[in-house]
Write a protein that binds this ligand. Structure first.
Ligand code: AMP
Length: 421
């Protein structure tokens, strides 16, 4: 099915063709028409499935037809708002929207605003308003506080990685933002996962939504090969180095539990001759952007990161993701491994499983309906046994987010005391 059949204008069809997209992905096929109709949409689709264009294309087309605000009355009117959880995702989504917007005769004004950099250029860019504002929640509230934007004019609201925005970390900021928006608007929620605890909020935000749940097609499903390797915690860095060298991996994204571990593992690998660096929230925004750009540019073999990089970030042709530390929840597992195998490319996701992580890994597997064999790599056979758990720590808990906090605390403590060799 061509893009044209979805009701998109010839200009936008040319724009997607220029990006090399020959036909819509399943989420684009399902989402574009209802958004063009003006419906609210609640879409859950696999990460890497083309979600950005699925909302950006119909958004741009609708903006062409919706009446413009009176510039005298609303000097800083924002006509549509895309909220994302991280600065990197803001930059990435902004780039996609801008490249599509350029194809339109009246170039819509697209502004990206996120924290970590001076607010002044963003305030300047927002003079006269914006057709599309892509923003992270904190910076958006700062801009509103400084009267740099008017949000009462927002016609279309999009939450990308919506489950992350609706969960506790952002819930309060999001609630404040929602009070600034008009109740009569079109709202679109996109995410790979919608855990049960955010579903209540979702239904409050949407009016009679079109619900889309795009199952990964068999191609998509088969592109990420998942492996689990049983290894002692204190041999993980050596094993990682061994795997990088042995398999000649040229670009690997490695997830650890803490910023501290990211620095430490990166340093150890670098000293052992692997081009590795860390990427986490304690780096300045300049350093974060630089690492990401250099990684995309193949200047780093390995980037060690926290869950900061688990959402939405699109690094095309990222062949390998490694869970050096397991994620806290099955949902995070999905997001992490979704960094590889993007847009139908093949991908490999490897999880290291230490003795103390066995029960947690079993729960992730259960939640994901997976049954991966635990592999052993010659020379790295595990010798450790699970740390005995004190009786009051309750047997059989798995630490999946929201269930048994005692295990989560235990995981954090384990991560903090990670011995990195
Ligand atoms: P997203 O899920 O929006 O992060 O997109 C994942 C990747 O798929 C990006 O690299 C996009 O450029 C690519 N992509 C999006 N739509 C299409 C399409 N229709 N055909 C081919 N690639 C696409």
């Amino acid at each position: 099915m061509p893009f044209l059949a979805l009701g998109l204008s010839p200009d936008l069809c040319n724009a997607v063709n220029a990006l090399g997209f020959t036909e819509p992905t399943p989420i684009q096929r399902e989402a574009i028409a209802p958004i063009l109709h003006g419906s609210d949409v609640w879409a859950s689709a696999q990460t890497g499935s083309g979600k950005t264009a699925a909302f950006a294309l119909p958004l741009l087309q609708r903006l062409q037809t919706l009446p413009a605000e009176n510039r005298h009355q609303y000097g800083r009117a924002v006509r549509s708002l895309i909220i994302v959880p991280t600065r990197e995702l803001a930059a990435q989504v902004g780039e996609v929207v801008r490249s599509l917007a350029q194809a339109l005769p009246h170039h819509p004004k697209v502004v990206v605003a996120s924290g970590g950099v001076s607010i002044n250029p963003q305030m300047l860019a927002l003079r006269g308003g914006a057709d599309v504002l892509v923003a992270t929640p904190g910076r958006l509230l700062d801009l509103a506080k400084q009267n740099a934007i008017q949000l009462a004019t927002v016609r279309i609201l999009i939450l990308d990685e919506a489950d992350r925005l609706l969960d506790l970390g952002f819930a309060e900021e999001l609630a404040r933002i929602l009070t600034l928006l008009p109740p009569s608007r079109q709202t679109l929620l996109f995410s790979a996962t919608f855990p049960p605890e955010v579903k209540g909020l979702v239904t409050q935000m949407l009016r009679d939504p079109v619900e889309l749940s795009i199952e990964p097609d068999s191609l998509q499903e088969s592109v990420i090969v998942q492996r689990a390797i049983r290894v002692d915690d204190n041999r993980r860095t050596q094993l990682l180095r061994h795997l990088v060298k042995e398999n000649q991996w040229t670009r690997v994204l490695v997830f650890v539990a803490t910023k501290y571990a990211a620095e430490l593992v990166a340093e150890k690998l670098y000293k052992a001759g692997v081009y590795a660096t860390a990427f986490h929230g304690d780096l300045s925004q300049g350093a974060r952007s630089q690492v990401l750009a250099e990684f995309k540019d193949e200047q780093w073999e390995v980037v060690i990161t926290t869950d900061l990089a688990s959402r939405g970030i699109d690094i095309s042709k990222l062949p390998v993701v490694v869970n050096y530390d397991l994620p806290r929840s099955a949902v995070d597992y999905v997001h992490r491994i979704g960094r590889t195998g993007r847009a139908g490319e093949p991908g490999l996701a490897v999880s290291f499983v230490g003795a103390d992580a066995l029960a947690h890994f079993a729960l992730i597997q259960k939640r994901q309906a997976m049954d991966l064999p635990l592999e052993t790599i010659a020379g790295f056979e595990a010798t450790d046994a699970p740390t005995p758990v004190a009786p009051q720590a309750t047997p059989g808990n798995g630490g999946i987010k929201g269930r048994r906090p005692s295990k989560k605390d235990k995981l954090r403590a384990a991560a903090a005391s990670t011995t990195v060799r």
